[in-house]
Design a protein. Structure first.
Lengths: 113, 115
């Protein structure tokens, strides 16, 4: 079946540190891949997406590249801020006509000043 | 646009009671999704609708759960009777169709506590 695996959290960093959150997936065909972010007390919101192999999604300094050969979509940011503290979810959607997103378990990021 | 609106934001009830959660999607969106989030199970899709029609309810836990979408601007998720294990945050999300269907917009959630 389709699934997403994320690294366990929490990830604890100091401000301005480099961030990587690993995400790998299992899917039939060629899925679209997403990163959603959930700030405390809020719903999820789309951070970035990529719809085909080698595409790079980017937003707010975050980047992720769709790597078909390694079935990965790792999230990176060069310099994190305290305001980036949140839970990050990797997700996929298969191109089967159904609109279901399959989410990973989420990775909590804590950034200290 | 006000975004996806959910009510109530918090609900505390006793085991055996009926609970109704409400959602107003973003105007013009074709899809509506109900999710449940818990520490143990993460984020689970319960059911989703397309143009008010339920498409996939395979995530609905059991017959105690039911969802309706009587029109394009309103949906309910009902639990009857409620049990302590139903305690969770329930999210509603909506999206456009076509090429924009990938992006789901989430509401703020309803935190349900069943005592």
């Amino acid at each position: 079946g389709n699934s997403v695996t994320q690294m366990e959290g929490p990830v604890t960093l100091s401000e301005e540190a480099f961030l990587t959150i690993n995400c790998t997936y299992t899917a039939t065909g060629y899925p679209s891949l997403f990163w959603y972010v959930q700030y405390p007390g809020e719903g999820l919101q789309l951070l970035l997406k990529a719809t085909k192999a080698d595409d790079k999604g980017s937003n707010k300094g975050f980047e992720a590249t769709y790597r078909k050969e390694t079935t990965s979509f790792h999230l990176e940011k060069g310099s994190v801020q305290v305001s980036d503290s949140a839970v990050y979810f990797c997700a996929l959607k298969t191109n089967t006509g159904f609109q279901k997103l399959v989410f990973g378990t989420g990775t909590r990021l804590l950034v200290s000043p | 646009d006000a975004g996806v609106i959910q009510s109530p934001r918090h609900e505390v009830t006793e085991m055996g009671q009926e609970v109704t959660l409400r959602c107003k999607p973003i105007s013009g969106h074709d899809y509506l999704f109900w999710y449940r989030q818990t520490m143990m199970r993460g984020l689970e899709l319960l059911i989703y609708f397309n143009n008010n029609v339920p498409i996939d309810d395979s995530g609905m836990p059991e017959d105690r759960f039911s969802a309706k979408m009587p029109n394009a601007s309103f949906s309910t998720l009902k639990i009857q009777p409620s049990e302590p294990r139903d305690s969770a945050v329930y999210f509603c999300a909506s999206s456009l169709g076509g090429s924009e269907a990938d992006t789901q917009y989430f509401g703020p959630g309803t935190r349900l506590t069943v005592l």
